[in-house]
Design a binder for this molecule. Structure first.
Ligand code: NAP
Length: 322
């Protein structure tokens, strides 16, 4: 008998056809809570996007063996609960690196050159030119970029910043990557990186260690002309501290693709600020990249569940397959 796979987001029909070779597929892109709980009863695997896999969900899923995330981040996994229940988790690294980097540059350019802000004045029929130089934005090229969390995506960002924008790039990770020194991508202590950078991009995973990593004392260390971009997860930033830093012009501008509450609360005060840009968690959201992520998540499901191979199993749960 084919294993039962619960598919919880809209995917292209050719993926569903392919899946039917291997699985009894339960396709529920817009399910009610009740339908979802009923489907969980018989599911052996879930093709998942963003749903929290915690103790409560696991209690309703007695046969569950694998959760295959269509994302690289896996902060939706309660690792302890999954370990206890013997549920393996996979993710989709690398296939989205370029796409996330594209948006990061988009947000760096948008905040520094005030693109969406000034473009909206034209739509309001106001072509504004000012003599006051302070009205205009700041350069990106040849500036100092500091990356907090230089992993797969961060390395791509660093190389393209050097190549495309002639930027001077440094990073902070818990571990130095000395192999990058010959590319002149240099490790710095976090405080020094914050003090020196013109752009600070946050790209760590969300963990207990990185929760509220960017707080009031960190924003205080940044230059008044610096720009902060959050591409990681909302909870890595203290949103109130970011609001205060922007409101008081302690930093020049910021952009975030991710928020503590998603969808964002309409009354989130960050949305009132001209020097803040928000995008609705679209770092990997292009047609090509989302299809590549779905394809990889499907391959992960087949390789792990059917062939027993270790493919893109998250490090904390690899011992379940050994
Ligand atoms: P990765 O390869 O695992 O890189 C993460 C980096 O963060 C590692 O180099 C790690 O280095 C560093 N790090 C971890 N904990 C840290 C800490 N406490 N302090 C400083 N650095 C720390 O992951 P990736 O594939 O580049 O993805 C990174 C994250 O981007 C994902 O987890 C996800 O949250 C986010 N993301 C967002 C979007 C979006 O749509 N906005 C899309 C894709 C990914 P050390 O272990 O040496 O510290």
């Amino acid at each position: 008998m084919k294993p039962r796979l619960l598919v919880m987001r809209e995917i292209d029909h050719h993926f569903l056809d392919y899946l039917s070779n291997y699985f009894e597929t339960d396709y529920q892109p817009s399910f009610s809570r009740e339908q979802f709980l009923t489907s969980l009863e018989s599911a052996q695997a879930i093709l998942n996007y963003g749903i929290k896999i915690d103790e409560e969900l696991i209690q309703h899923a007695p046969r569950l063996k694998l959760v295959s995330n269509i994302s690289v981040g896996y902060d939706n996994f309660d690792i302890a609960a999954m370990k206890k229940a013997g549920i393996i988790g996979t993710h989709t690294p690398n296939v989205l690196n370029d796409c996330v980097v594209d948006l990061t540059f988009g947000l760096m350019l948008n905040t520094s050159r005030r693109i969406s802000e000034l473009a909206s004045t034209i739509k309001r029929k106001k072509w504004i030119i000012k003599d006051d130089v302070n009205y205009y934005g700041l350069d990106v090229h040849h500036k100092k970029l500091g990356i907090i969390g230089l992993g797969r995506i961060g390395e791509e960002l660093a190389r393209r910043a050097k190549l495309g924008f002639s930027m001077d790039v440094s990073y902070y990770n818990r571990r130095k990557k000395s192999e990058l020194e010959n590319e002149n991508i240099l490790w710095k202590p976090l405080d020094q990186l914050l003090e020196e950078s013109d752009f600070v991009v946050l790209l760590t995973p969300l963990t207990e260690e990185t929760r509220n990593l960017m707080n009031a004392s960190k924003f205080e260390k940044m230059k008044k002309t610096a720009i902060f971009i959050n591409m990681s997860r909302g909870a890595t930033v203290d949103e109130k501290a970011l609001y205060n830093a922007l409101k008081n012009h302690d930093i020049y501008a910021a952009a975030s693709d991710v928020f503590v509450h998603e969808p964002i609360n309409n009354d989130n005060p960050l949305l009132e600020l001209d020097n803040f840009t928000a995008t609705p968690h679209i770092g990997s959201a292009t047609q090509e990249t989302r299809n590549a992520m779905t394809k990889l998540a499907i391959e992960n499901t087949i390789e792990v569940l059917i062939n027993g191979k270790m493919q893109n199993v998250v490090p904390e749960l690899q011992m379940l397959l050994k």
